[in-house]
Design a protein around this ligand. Sequence first.
Ligand SMILES: CC(C)(COP(=O)(O)OP(=O)(O)OC[C@H]1O[C@@H](n2cnc3c(N)ncnc32)[C@H](O)[C@@H]1OP(=O)(O)O)[C@@H](O)C(=O)NCCC(=O)NCCS
Length: 156
Amino acid sequence: MAEQTTNLKLPVDRMPALRVEPMPKDTNQYGAVFGGWVMSQVDLAGASTAMRYALSRKVVTRAVSSFTFENPIYVGDIVSFYTKIVKIGRSSITVQVDVYAERLTKADNSVDLVTQATLVYVCVGQDHKPITVQESRDQYFKEHPEFMLCLPEISQ
Ligand SMILES: CC(C)(COP(=O)(O)OP(=O)(O)OC[C@H]1O[C@@H](n2cnc3c(N)ncnc32)[C@H](O)[C@@H]1OP(=O)(O)O)[C@@H](O)C(=O)NCCC(=O)NCCS
C-alpha cells in the first residue's frame, strides 16, 4: 500500500477525463472495488484522451505499459481519472492516467491516489493497420474543413 496521502487534494489545474461512482456490483469478494472495473475505466479515460488528440475514434489500445493499484476504492467514493499525454510517437499516443478517490463517506472527505497507469494507443486506418497520428488528424480536417479554423487545440 502507498504511503499515507491524507492531505492530498484533487489536482486543481486539470480537468478529469472521467469521473464516476462505483456501484455495489463493481466490488470483489473482499468488499473493495474489483480491479478489472478500475482497469476498464482507466482504459476508457485514456482512450478518450488519445481519441480527442487524434481527432478520431479509430484508436486502439496497444499496450498497458504500467498499472499499479496504490490504494483500494470503495462504494461511496467518487473516483476521478486525470489523464496526460506523455508521448506522441509515429502512430502511437502514450497516456498517463492518475486515479483519485474522494472518500465522501468519511467525515473529512479525504482524497487518496488509488491507481496510476500508462497506456499506449495506436491510430489505425480503415484496414486496421497503423497510420500516423498526423494522418489521423489530417483525415479529420479533410472530412471537416469547416472545423479547421475553429477547433481549439486539444492537448489532453
Ligand atoms: C494496434 C495494431 C494494429 C498495431 O499493429 P502493430 O503491427 O503492432 O504495429 P507496430 O508494430 O507498427 O506498432 C504500432 C505502434 O505501437 C507501438 N508499440 C507496439 N508494441 C508496443 C508495446 N508493447 N508497448 C508500447 N508500444 C508498443 C510501436 O512502438 C508503434 O509506435 P510508433 O508508431 O509511435 O512508433 C495491432 O497490434 C492490433 O490490432 N492490436 C490489437 C488492438 C486491440 O484490439 N486492442 C484492444 C481493444 S481497443
